[in-house]
Design a protein around this ligand. Structure first.
Ligand SMILES: [Zn+2]
Length: 332
């Protein structure tokens, strides 16, 4: 049983007319998931004339769940209070946070709190046995946010907060985070670099040429966490073959060795060949195959428990189609 967690309130995080991280991304996902028949929502939120050409899903429907707002205490599992205040203050008037690419509007703080809450809602549902796995279609994304710095369109570190919450509220011992967004998950890495109980794997485009310029192979964690960070940078124009090789030969064996009790996925789809922000050549089938491998790890190590959280992906058609493939593999 797979849950699908989203909300039209995420559309209210406005980033301006020309920003790639825009509300239409979630409208496209919703439209694609609905067109494919993964959900039977009576409230279509059509995205213009976007048509995804997707085959009809014949498996079990997804359970649609609503996110909740996170509390400030929950956000403080990762971010210090003064950072939370800074984000709240900048959002009160709208503006730009920190490095300059993270634009916020007056509804952005609430959207960011709801994004964190969506992750926690999914985690609670899986841990409580309400459903087996969950996917959260949310924005703003999270994997670039550091404890005290917003960057790369990210306000709060959604997946990292979910991992800390799993440790503290649910007493989960070993957690794996797999990040296949085309950009390195610098925030997540920083937060867990010294934690041997959280194994972080990131597959991304070569940091010599790609934002944010971190995620080299030699970044393997610090002090007690040494060996619990695995970076797999790939050269530009890498496609399904290179991604699947990295996953099969490097990520999966390490994950099996670590034997996580819970798997979190930072699911960015900007390695797609049609994505305007990067140079990779991954197809929907590639994302589906990577997902299938990760579900096998989850089935073997953690009773199938997976929460996957949206990060990037900026070509609307590619994003919608890729998410549908990801969900189809998660739902099996
Ligand atoms: Zn990205």
């Amino acid at each position: 049983m797979l849950a699908f967690c989203t909300s039209s309130r995420f559309y209210e995080h406005l980033t301006g007319p020309h920003h790639p991280e825009r509300p239409d991304r979630l409208r496209a996902i919703f439209a694609a998931v609905r067109e494919a028949g993964l959900i039977d929502s009576p409230n279509p939120l059509p995205h213009g004339d976007l048509y995804f050409g997707l085959p009809r899903w014949t498996g079990q429907k997804l359970i649609e769940i609503a996110p909740r707002l996170a509390t400030v205490e929950e956000v403080m599992l990762v971010h210090p209070p003064k950072y939370v205040d800074k984000v709240r203050g900048t959002c009160a008037t709208g503006g730009v946070l920190d490095a300059g690419d993270t634009v916020v509007g007056t509804q952005s703080f609430d959207a960011a709190m709801l994004a964190v809450g969506a992750c926690l809602r999914c985690v609670d549902g899986v841990m409580g046995g309400e459903f087996r796995r969950a996917f959260a279609a949310l924005r703003p994304p999270g994997h670039h946010a550091e404890p005290e710095v917003a960057m790369g369109f990210c306000l709060f570190s959604n997946v990292a907060i979910a991992a800390r919450y799993l440790q503290q509220k649910h007493g989960v011992g070993r957690i794996a985070i797999v990040d296949f967004d085309v950009h390195h998950g610098n925030g997540t890495q920083l937060i867990f670099q010294a934690d041997p109980n959280v194994f972080f794997v990131s597959i991304h485009e070569d940091p010599h040429i790609m934002y944010p310029g971190t995620g080299y192979r030699w970044e393997i964690g610090a002090s007690q966490g040494k060996g619990y960070t695995l970076n797999l940078p790939l050269p530009p124009r890498s496609g399904d073959r290179a991604y699947l090789e990295a996953m099969r030969n490097s990520a999966i064996p390490k994950l099996m060795e670590f034997r996580p009790e819970f798997l979190l996925i930072s699911a960015g789809f900007d390695a797609h060949r049609d994505d305007p922000l990067a140079d990779m050549e991954v197809t929907e089938e590639g994302f589906g195959e990577m997902t299938r491998m990760l579900m096998q790890v989850a089935d073997e190590c953690c009773r199938g428990r997976v929460v996957s959280v949206l990060e990037g992906g900026y070509n609307l058609r590619a994003l919608g189609r890729s998410v549908v493939r990801h969900l189809a593999e998660m739902a099996r």
